[in-house]
Each structure stands twice: as structure tokens, then as C-alpha cells.
Design a binder for this molecule. Structure first.
Ligand SMILES: [Zn+2]
Length: 125
């Protein structure tokens, strides 16, 4: 049998030494891992959800840069707000549930209204 020289799976360079290696360097190994991760459906889903959460947070910030503001739910949804996604929730003693998107949160009010609140650290779980 002929001895085979392995080629790096990322850059194609010949790999010195043992022929069972797949990569010529640590750099190529981590690049290969990044490529796999980008193609991984679970990773794509995580990135998609992160994107939705960031968008929600930006819409809340626009609605209420500081303090509290009452808005129409419709207004937020039209800007792309997705009510299904939030980072965590906080239930007050009165039984109101605030939904958080990172440092901003909102409370659904009657009549399709929403109270948007600039994040309050004491509410963090
Ligand atoms: Zn390489």
C-alpha cells in the first residue's frame, strides 16, 4: 500500500506527520467547527430566536426609551414585535406578569394595550 499524505479538510494543505489528522492547524480545526455550527439546524434556530429577542427588545426601547409608556399592542406588532418570545417573566404580588426582553419589559393591559417599561433591576429573577 502507498503511504497517503492527508490534506487539510479546510485549506487543502498537506498535513505533516500522522496521516489520520484532518486539519493542518488549530486554526483550521476551529474554522471547521464554525462551519459545522453554521450548518447545524439547532444552531440556526438559536440564532433565529436570538434575533427575534433582540428585535423585540429594540422595539420596546423605541416605544419607551426611559420610564414607562402605554402603547397599543398593534403598534408593536406592526413593527415586528413577536409576543411569543421573551427572555424571562416576573410575577408581582398583585398577580401581574411582566414579560422581559433582556432589560426591557412589558405588561399586557386590557383593551389591547401594553405598558412598556424600561428594565428595572429589582425585578430580575
Ligand atoms: Zn488547513
Amino acid at each position: 500500500m502507498k503511504a497517503q499524505t492527508a490534506a487539510c479538510q479546510v485549506c487543502g494543505q498537506a498535513i505533516p506527520g500522522r496521516s489520520d489528522k484532518k486539519y493542518c492547524s488549530d486554526q483550521c480545526r476551529s474554522e471547521s467547527n464554525n462551519q459545522k455550527r453554521r450548518g447545524d439546524p439547532a444552531e440556526r434556530l438559536r440564532q433565529e430566536i436570538n434575533g427575534i429577542l433582540r428585535q423585540n427588545r429594540n422595539i420596546l426601547r423605541k416605544a419607551s426609551p426611559w420610564g414607562k409608556t402605554t402603547a397599543q399592542v398593534d403598534q408593536l406588532v406592526q413593527q415586528g414585535f413577536d409576543l411569543r418570545y421573551f427572555t424571562h417573566q416576573y410575577r408581582t404580588r398583585k398577580g401581574n406578569t411582566y414579560f422581559f426582553c433582556y432589560d426591557y419589559d412589558y405588561l399586557l393591559l386590557p383593551e389591547e394595550k401594553v405598558l412598556v417599561v424600561n428594565g428595572q433591576p429589582y425585578m430580575q429573577p
